[in-house]
Write a protein of this length. Structure first.
Length: 242
C-alpha cells in the first residue's frame, strides 16, 4: 500500500485552491508537488505545513487505503489489510529497536491505540495515516507489502497524438530533433513519462490531462510545469520592431 493524496486534491477543489497556490503558500517546490501527484512519500514537515494552512488533520489529506483495486472484496477485507499492516509495523519496530511508546510519540497515536493494534485489533484509516509519520522506510515497507496484494487497476490508454479525439493531439506532446541520431525524440512538456505500445503509438505512462483545447491547456498549466526543450529563435511578426 502506497501513500495516496487524492483526499488533499479533492479538498483543494472544494476550497477553490489550486495545487500550485498551495505550494506557494507553504513554501514547497514543484518537485514536492510532483511527488504528491504521483503518490510518492514527502517529508513530514510538508504534510504538517499543509495541515496548518488548511486547518485540518493529516487524515483529511493523506490515506494509505487505495482508492481503487482489482482485488475482489478488498474493501470488505479489513481484517486482512490490518493484519498485513500489523506485520509490517512489528518488523519495523524490531529492526529499529522501537517500543510501543516510541511509536505512540512519533505518530501522535495514543499508547492504548498502538497496544490495541499490535495485540490484534483493527484501527481506523485515520490511525493508519498517522502511522505514516514513522517515515520513509516504514512507508516503503508498507507500500511493498500492499503493492503485491493490490496491483494497480489498468487504465485505458490515451495516446498523445490522438487523445481519443479524431484529429486532436495533446498540446504537451512535443518533439525535439536529435542531430546525432537524425530523428525526432518525443517528450511530454508536463514531465510525464512516455512509452510506445506494440504498434509504436506514443502514450503517457502516467495519467496526463492531455489538453487539446486552449481552455484545457490553460487549466492544465495551473497544475503542471510546462517546459520546452532546445533553443528557439524568435521570429517577429510582419512590421514588428526588434
Amino acid at each position: 500500500m502506497a501513500v495516496y493524496f487524492y483526499k488533499l486534491f479533492d479538498k483543494l477543489a472544494e476550497l477553490n485552491i489550486t495545487q500550485r497556490e498551495l505550494m506557494q503558500r507553504i513554501g514547497a517546490s514543484s518537485s514536492t508537488l510532483a511527488k504528491m501527484r504521483n503518490n510518492q512519500t514527502v517529508a513530514l514537515d510538508v504534510i504538517v505545513r499543509i495541515c496548518d494552512e488548511l486547518k485540518c488533520d493529516i487524515g483529511d489529506i493523506v490515506t494509505c487505503v487505495p482508492k481503487q483495486t482489482d482485488v475482489e472484496g478488498v474493501n470488505n477485507n479489513v481484517d486482512r489489510l490490518n493484519s498485513i499492516a500489523r506485520a509490517v509495523l512489528n518488523e519495523f519496530m524490531n529492526k529499529n529497536n522501537l517500543s510501543l511508546s516510541d511509536i505512540a510519540k512519533t505518530t501522535s497515536l495514543s499508547l492504548n491505540t498502538v497496544k490495541s493494534f499490535v495485540n490484534g485489533n483493527n484501527i481506523s484509516a485515520a490511525s493508519h495515516a498517522k502511522l505514516l509519520r514513522l517515515g520513509e522506510r516504514y512507508n516503503e515497507s508498507l507500500g511493498k507489502a500492499f503493492g503485491d496484494l493490490m496491483p494497480a487497476k489498468p487504465k485505458k490508454i490515451i495516446y498523445c497524438y490522438s487523445c481519443g479525439k479524431r484529429g486532436n493531439r495533446c498540446w504537451a506532446a512535443q518533439s525535439q530533433w536529435n542531430t546525432e541520431k537524425k530523428e525526432f525524440e518525443h517528450y511530454c512538456a508536463f514531465g510525464f513519462e512516455q512509452s510506445f505500445d506494440e504498434n509504436q503509438k506514443l502514450f503517457a505512462v502516467q495519467e496526463c490531462p492531455h489538453p487539446t483545447t486552449g481552455k484545457e491547456f490553460a487549466q492544465a498549466r495551473e497544475q503542471y510545469e510546462f517546459s520546452l526543450k532546445g533553443d528557439y529563435e524568435y521570429i517577429p511578426a510582419k512590421g514588428e520592431m526588434v
